[in-house]
Design a protein around this ligand. Sequence first.
Ligand code: 5GP
Ligand code: ZN
Length: 119
Amino acid sequence: MAGEPQADCLFCKIVAGDVPATVVRETDNVVAFRDINPQAPTHVLVIPKVHYPDAASLALAEPALAAELLREAGEIAAQEKTVEPGYRIVFNTGPGAGQTVFHAHAHLLGGRGLEWPPG
Ligand code: 5GP
Ligand code: ZN
């Protein structure tokens, strides 16, 4: 069922504390931790504690939670001092777009120049 923990999901395991992560911020509903393979000086993954396969599924089922996730990403950008000159929030969706973990997550990237369009 949507929102239920998935036994084979890496990010559900991080939420449960079964896989360690460097947590930078946590609320009752959202947890944020550093990406294990950072692509920028600031590279934080912001995830809902409940399981949805991607951002659109999350927003459809729990719009308030999707909004909280974005708000938290903004708070972390401030915490990481990346609001100036700017940061990027990315939701890779589907294998062709580079999604490898099918638990909704925002990549917060900052701390270096970010080119547009991305690759
Ligand atoms: P995706 O490719 O699905 O958009 O993003 C998944 C991200 O999870 C990748 O950037 C990858 O580096 C990161 N990742 C994969 N395994 C782990 C892990 O065990 N711990 C952490 N902190 N990040 C991970
Ligand atoms: Zn999950």
